[in-house]
Design a protein around this ligand. Structure first.
Ligand SMILES: [Zn+2]
Length: 171
């Protein structure tokens, strides 16, 4: 079922101070609204890397509080790579997350990392960062968002935030 695949798959875990039960409740409602045709299944471009092409995207939720919001920057469509490999793993891979953001800001898409030389360049950036050095990544495409003001610019990185009620976007 197409809509099934578009629902955030990571159940049974805390995020932004919301319990698995709270997350499940909103996910069930999202599924119901998609089935009713009130909400459309997730579609591109990816709200993180900006990839406009036909890459698989899925919904990501930043805020499971009620009343539910179904709009960005609460509910976002992210490509699978950004969602599963980058955003949700940022807590355990800080330098990799910062290197990925630098890659996005030079106009890079997640899928560009399939290219070996681009991947190596981002890896070199990450290694430099871990040494406290900064290198410049080659521009790939124009970047239209305002650096530092993107929804992902100042997300919490500490694993404690997963279960911390103060991490909720709404009190
Ligand atoms: Zn993406």
């Amino acid at each position: 079922m197409r809509t099934e695949k578009n629902i955030e798959p990571r159940r049974g875990s805390w995020y932004n101070g919301y319990s698995p039960a709270e997350r499940d409740k909103k996910s069930r409602e999202l599924k119901r609204l998609i089935a009713k045709g009130v909400l459309l299944p997730a579609s591109g471009p990816c709200a993180l890397c900006g990839d406009p092409d036909n890459v698989p995207v899925e919904y990501h939720d930043e805020d499971y509080g009620e009343p539910f919001s179904w709009e960005a920057p609460v509910l976002l469509c992210l490509c699978r790579n950004c969602h599963r490999d980058k955003l949700h793993k940022r807590f355990w891979r800080h330098s990799a997350w910062f290197a990925f953001i630098a890659h996005i800001r030079r106009g890079g898409y997640a899928r560009d990392l399939k290219n070996r030389s681009i991947k190596n360049e981002v890896k070199a950036y990450q290694v430099a960062l871990e040494r406290g050095e900064l290198i410049t990544l080659k521009k790939l495409r124009p970047y239209k968002r305002k650096i530092g003001e993107e929804w992902f610019a100042n997300l919490r990185m500490d694993a404690e935030s997963l279960c911390d009620p103060s991490a909720r976007p709404r009190p």
